[in-house]
Design a protein around this ligand. Structure first.
Ligand SMILES: [Zn+2]
Length: 373
């Protein structure tokens, strides 16, 4: 491909684990040619703030591209000439740290709100809310779950400030925030739609409607392949190469529409991935006496929330689970501050976290979805 100008940046995960223990921050690589205004804000506050300032002051439209589950070291396999070219001729971050629970929904929502999970309230793909006394699963688009404290994603903020947004395949895009939806949204209901089709749609949004100044585009690879075949499989290498070809196609389409150089492009991801096995699974029920101390769980493997029916059962359940191997167990008040995963009613009174490469589920029934990769 041809020369790539300096208005693109790549920010991929530094965590090879399915869980990160660090707050969401970004770092730029020394010598990056990226816009200085954006560089400073990325150091201070993350990609969401960077996008807001870009839209307000720089005036250039922004295309945010997320390749789901693109582990940082996938770039080192010699399969990504387009990403490499971008990182050399555009800009790239040395690393980013995803939010604590590096799961697709909460992590992507941190990306577009600039908030930690305890603040935006999407604390997992599965949640329980004691105020609502309801459970959440990932296809729920009710505002009460996504806007617990009135927060909204950047595509809505952009529209409230006079811009126009398009959202493609992004978590939370189907939610009406204060009765507002994105001006344009596309989901891949027809799963046969190719990544090239999705790329073309993003380019069309900018080309066909000059009011559109922000588009968020998410591809579900290489996450999907990683879950099926593992991060070190041959199929993963093919998925990585496919992502690179997708980016090449996207840039080609932008050139054809005379958009390249006129739109700032940010390429990022939501989390990494670690190998695991069903044989390395901890079942919480094996350690807990549900009859003596009744409870239910919120399952976000490798994170497990324990909700006792009675507050006086927190201590005995905590002590019982504490003896289990390969996990860390916390009472809510003792969850390390640096995780920014404590100050929300949707976080369970007891939280347990599996070690890297291990699974943690409530019961054997809950383990049915586990893979051996
Ligand atoms: Zn993901």
């Amino acid at each position: 491909m041809g020369k790539i100008e300096s208005n693109i940046t790549i920010c991929l995960e530094n965590s090879s684990d399915t869980v990160s223990h660090s707050p969401a921050t970004t770092m730029m690589q020394p010598g990056s040619k990226f816009c200085p205004l954006i560089l400073v804000l990325m150091l201070l506050g993350g990609i969401a703030h960077c996008m807001v300032i870009n839209l307000r002051r720089n005036g250039k439209p922004v295309l945010l591209v997320s390749f789901d589950g693109f582990r940082w070291d996938y770039l080192k396999r010699g399969l990504t000439p387009t990403f490499h070219s971008i990182s050399v001729k555009g800009g790239s971050t040395k690393f980013i740290k995803p939010p604590f629970l590096t799961s697709t929904l909460p992590s992507h929502f941190s990306l577009v709100t600039g908030l930690h999970e305890e603040s935006h309230g999407v604390t997992g793909s599965n949640m329980y809310d004691p105020h609502l006394n309801e459970f959440f699963t990932k296809n729920n688009n009710e505002e009460k779950w996504w806007s617990q404290r009135g927060q909204e994603p950047i595509w809505i903020t952009n529209q409230r400030q006079g811009g126009s947004s398009g959202v493609i395949e992004f978590p939370g895009m189907g939610v009406a925030y204060g009765s507002r939806l994105p001006d344009h949204q596309y989901s891949r209901l027809d799963t046969s739609r190719s990544f090239q089709d999705l790329s073309d749609k993003a380019v069309e949004l900018f080309a066909n409607d000059h009011k559109v100044n922000f588009v968020a585009l998410r591809f579900n690879e290489p996450d999907k392949t990683g879950h099926l075949h593992g991060p070190h499989s041959k199929k993963m290498n093919a998925a990585i190469a496919h992502c690179d070809k997708t980016m090449k196609h996207l840039i080609m389409r932008m050139r054809e529409k005379n958009l390249f150089g006129k739109v700032n492009i940010i390429i990022t991801s939501d989390h990494g991935m670690a190998s695991t096995s069903r044989k390395r699974t901890i079942f919480a029920a094996k350690y807990l006496d549900r009859t003596a101390h009744p409870y239910f769980t919120s399952e976000n493997n490798p994170l497990l929330g324990i909700w006792p029916h009675h507050a006086e059962h927190i201590d005995p359940l905590y002590r019982a689970l504490k003896v289990a191997p390969h996990i860390s167990v916390y009472k809510k008040a003792d969850i390390p501050f640096r995780y920014h995963y404590r100050m929300n009613i949707r976080i369970a009174p007891i939280v347990a976290l599996a070690d890297k490469g291990w699974n943690l589920v409530g019961t054997k029934y809950d383990s049915l979805k586990l893979s051996d990769q």
